[in-house]
Design a protein. Structure first.
Length: 309
């Protein structure tokens, strides 16, 4: 008897969690995509087992998904989910063939990341925080974002035992539960040290964990609250552009590149598995390189500048 969709999806999600170590968010996203396929197959094809689907059925399903208005990026996630799902079924002999093997991945338009310039970052990090209940904590969070290029989940999950202020490093757990060591700048270390010494000690409660950043109740700060803190500080600084945690990560990478850091080093610092993800930052340097070339190269200046009439 062929395995039904519900059982196949459960087995596959267990595989993602235990053998691939993929995040809960990724598992949930994949489950949604596969359950959408299962519902479509039941209603449109009267099929209740993934083993009964052919390549043309998957192509038809993807047309249906695209017709619902999914973006190219979302469509790519759906296609990837189908590919690894059916590869898993084929490897485990739960399906005779892999109908998703030749599915093409949608081409993505590569949007360049927004960034802050160094003047804007300075304004954001040095803004007065009058009346905020925990100004030292909030300052430390902002400094750490920009100093180390951390993701918001990495800031929320940062722990005391992983922080070495003397060596100025922090061990963080990133995507896919991968651990990496990130340097922490002097200004960020000083901000974190002041917070730990003068504020965090007063936030500790009986059941407080070892997370660095705590709420007023002594609990780990949620990513939602950290997002709010960044937005509130940006408002205090009178920033005219939309400031959000990942913008500080983009700015961190862009400013490193602009000051001569190697792309491979930036990849390591950001915790990118693939260098192609990091290469998106190289666009930022192009305008700067063009300006330098035009200014200093003997034949880089404009015709008007060099002409004598």
């Amino acid at each position: 008897m062929e395995i039904d969709f519900a059982e196949a999806i459960d087995q596959f999600l267990l595989y993602l969690a235990t053998e691939r170590g993929l995040s809960e968010n990724y598992q949930l996203s994949t489950r949604r995509s596969l359950e959408e396929l299962a519902n479509w197959a039941d209603k449109v094809k009267q099929v209740r087992s993934p083993a009964q689907l052919a390549a043309r059925d998957l192509t038809e399903f993807l047309r249906y998904a695209k017709g619902k208005g999914l973006s190219p990026a979302s469509m790519k996630l759906v296609v990837v989910a189908l590919k690894i799902f059916f590869r898993f079924l084929s490897m485990r002999l739960l399906a005779r063939k892999d109908p998703a093997e030749l599915l093409p991945l949608p081409r993505l338009v590569r949007y360049l990341p927004e960034t802050l310039n160094q003047v804007e970052v300075k304004r954001l990090l040095e803004v007065d925080l009058p009346g905020r209940p925990f100004p030292l904590r909030d300052r430390a969070i902002m400094e750490l974002f920009y100093s180390s290029g951390l993701r918001i989940s990495e800031v929320a999950g940062a722990r005391l035992e992983n922080l070495n202020l003397k060596e100025r490093v922090l061990r963080v757990i990133g995507k896919g539960s991968k651990t990496r060591i990130v340097p922490v700048g002097r200004a960020a270390c000083e901000a974190v040290d002041r917070y730990l010494t003068l504020e965090r000690v007063n936030l500790v409660r009986k059941k407080t964990g070892n997370e660095i950043f705590l709420s007023r109740h002594g609990k780990k700060l949620t990513t939602q609250r950290i997002w709010q803190i960044v937005k509130e500080i940006a408002s205090l600084a009178g920033m005219e552009i939309n400031v959000y945690p990942h913008l500080l990560r983009h700015s961190f990478a862009t400013h490193l590149l602009a000051n001569g850091a190697d792309l491979r080093i930036i990849q390591e610092l950001l915790g990118h598995a693939d260098i192609s993800t990091t290469q998106v930052y190289t666009h930022v340097d192009q305008s700067r390189l063009l300006a330098i070339h035009r200014k200093y190269h003997p034949r880089g200046r404009s015709v008007q500048q060099n002409s004598h009439g």
